[in-house]
Design a protein around this ligand. Structure first.
Ligand SMILES: Nc1ncnc2c1ncn2[C@@H]1O[C@H](COP(=O)(O)OP(=O)(O)OP(=O)(O)O)[C@@H](O)[C@H]1O
Length: 290
């Protein structure tokens, strides 16, 4: 995606110290405020997140970058309700994730798609790509239709949705629908995992280091797949975690830089690349592999 085609957030919403007060004029889709997190026993606790704020707007692609151990995975797991913060709040569509059965948590679970680093551990080796991708939809549709006609209609819908999702990630449905993970490259398997994450048309997708377990050609295809999802589903928000700024610079609208558990800066991608505020961000720009 070219620099010109990038959506940028108005400069006035980026406050001077780099804190992310609001990514858009309207309410963010997902909002994280004042998150602290420590790990360890009472005698030896290590704090890994310090008063972190982060917003994700509808349709926005936000990249969270930082070195190893900076807290990217912990922060995004907390933001998506997969882990509990020690203090602070997470709000999805204006409702707090206040417990596993809270409205905010149920909505977020139902409306998010998750992609993790290693597709071979997230895909069931006993299932074909078609079965893996269909799984989420089948569970969701089961409650909505009754009777044989309903079940037939549901299975037609599912087959169509699975084929569309495979097409969106650049995999030929005829070729891949019946294929098992063992017969896929890392890049193909990761694109199947992405198809599974987006088949139910989630409002927000988390991709945690989706390219790190894949070779260079596979990485390009994964990036293309994510860009295609953004084109076809412009209202879907994405949060992409990466240690490499180069990987995300062509797809992210905004970038959050984490350093030792603190937000170093948050800015529109073009601004961050051309006018990095911190020495640490400059280091990440210099180290970008792509
Ligand atoms: N369950 C856990 N128990 C103890 N420490 C943890 C746990 N999860 C994460 N940590 C620690 O928290 C810190 C942040 O880890 P996190 O995985 O969030 O960082 P990261 O930026 O995603 O790193 P990486 O790029 O290496 O995956 C690290 O020091 C890590 O060792």
């Amino acid at each position: 995606m070219g620099e010109k085609s990038r959506k940028t957030v108005p400069a006035e919403v980026i406050v001077p110290d780099g804190r992310d007060v609001a990514s858009d004029k309207k309410e963010p889709l997902l909002s994280v405020r004042g998150i602290d997190k420590s790990f360890g026993s009472r005698s030896g606790r290590t704090q890994v997140l310090f008063n972190v704020d982060m917003d994700v707007a509808e349709g926005e692609c936000l990249a969270v970058i930082g070195g190893s151990g900076s807290g990217k995975t912990t922060l995004t797991r907390i933001a998506f309700g997969l882990e509990q913060a020690d203090s602070g709040t997470v709000t999805y569509r204006g409702v707090a994730l206040s417990g596993v059965r809270s409205l905010g948590m149920l909505r977020l679970r139902n409306e998010s798609g998750l992609v993790f680093q290693n597709p071979f551990t997230s895909l069931d080796p006993r299932w074909t790509a078609g079965e893996s991708i269909a799984e989420g939809l089948i569970a969701r549709q089961a409650g909505h239709r009754a009777g044989d006609a309903g079940r037939r209609a549901a299975s037609d819908d599912i087959a169509g949705a699975v084929r569309r999702a495979l097409g969106m990630v650049g995999l030929d449905p005829d070729e891949f629908i019946g294929r098992y993970p063992v017969d896929m490259s890392g890049g193909q398997a990761q694109r199947v995992a992405i198809a599974r994450a987006i088949v139910a048309e989630p409002r927000i997708v988390l991709a945690d280091e989706p390219m790190s377990a894949v070779d260079v050609s596979g990485r390009v295809q994964i990036l293309d797949a994510l860009a295609e999802i953004r084109r076809k589903r412009p209202r879907t928000a994405m949060v992409i975690v990466s240690h490499d700024l180069g990987v995300v610079q062509h797809i992210a609208d905004r970038i959050v830089v984490l350093h030792d558990g603190r937000i170093e800066e948050t800015a529109a991608t073009g601004d961050l690349l051309t006018h990095p505020r911190s020495a640490y961000t400059k280091q990440l720009i210099d180290a970008a592999a792509w």
